[in-house]
Ligand binder design. Structure first.
Ligand code: ADP
Ligand code: MG
Length: 233
């Protein structure tokens, strides 16, 4: 089943007098349950594409469908609703709130969903246990390593039961051991919970944790590489 479909997506930015064509007719369709890596040189349009997929930005032209919904023309308000219900985000910089402990950081999206007290704590605890941080619930940001902070960020991304995780350079700030740990968490979420994962990376060894690699070049889809045997857990 196709989860997302982008057809002939263009995105241009106006930078003063200069127009930058960041995406020039990208077609992409992503099956439910896939694990996709997007790779490409700096400036090739990876983040622009991720922002469109994540409904954080709209294409200049083209069609974007999520399931049966055509989303490219929806209001910002509706797009926010789709993000909340359907997607979890993971970024290179973990974006945890410094004054809050791990549990409270993970509870945040549930507050926006209107889930109250006890249930919120229970779900947040479960999500932290799923990333191996059941013993770090009360730790603040400054008391967690980079890898642990990213695991808290993943717990925050999955706590609302998303169908899709979008990760832009999730291991960009981590050493190789912590990076592998994050990738095996992604593999587990993909295989056991059937969460679709789309990640951007510029590291081939990280890209190969996906089942396929989409190569962007200068705003266009250059080629798609199927990873024959994705890395062992
Ligand atoms: N907000 C913006 N305003 C103007 N130009 C932008 C903006 N965001 C990205 N660009 C340009 O669009 C192109 C693609 O950028 P980006 O999607 O960030 O690439 P990548 O993530 O692959 O490095 C680059 O030339 C970049 O300078
Ligand atoms: Mg980028």
């Amino acid at each position: 089943m196709i989860l997302l479909e982008l057809k002939d997506i263009h995105k241009s930015y106006k930078d003063g007098q200069v127009k930058v064509n960041a995406l020039k007719g990208v077609d992409l369709s992503i099956e439910n349950g896939s694990f996709v890596s997007i790779m490409g040189p700096s400036g090739s349009g990876k983040s622009t594409l991720m922002n469109i997929i994540g409904c954080l930005d709209k294409p200049t032209s083209g069609i974007y469908r999520i399931g049966e919904k055509q989303v490219e023309k929806l209001s910002d308000w509706k797009l926010a609703g789709i993000r909340n219900e359907f997607m979890g985000f993971v970024f290179q910089q973990f974006h945890l709130i410094p004054g809050l402990n791990a549990l409270e950081n993970v509870e945040l999206p549930l507050i926006y969903q209107g889930i109250t007290g006890r249930q919120r704590k229970m779900k947040a605890k479960e999500a932290l246990e799923a990333v191996g941080l059941g013993d770090r619930l009360k730790h603040k940001r400054s008391q967690l390593s980079g890898g642990e902070q990213q695991r808290v960020a993943i717990a925050r991304a999955i706590v609302g039961n998303p169908k899709l995780i979008l990760a832009d350079e999730p291991t960009g700030a981590l050493d190789s051991k912590a990076s592998e740990n994050i990738m095996s968490i992604f593999q587990r979420l993909n295989e056991d919970r059937k969460i679709t994962i789309i990640q951007v990376t510029h590291e081939k060894s990280i890209g190969e944790y996906g089942k396929s690699i989409y190569h962007l070049l200068d705003g266009e889809m250059d080629y798609i590489e199927e990873v024959i045997r994705n890395k062992a857990k």
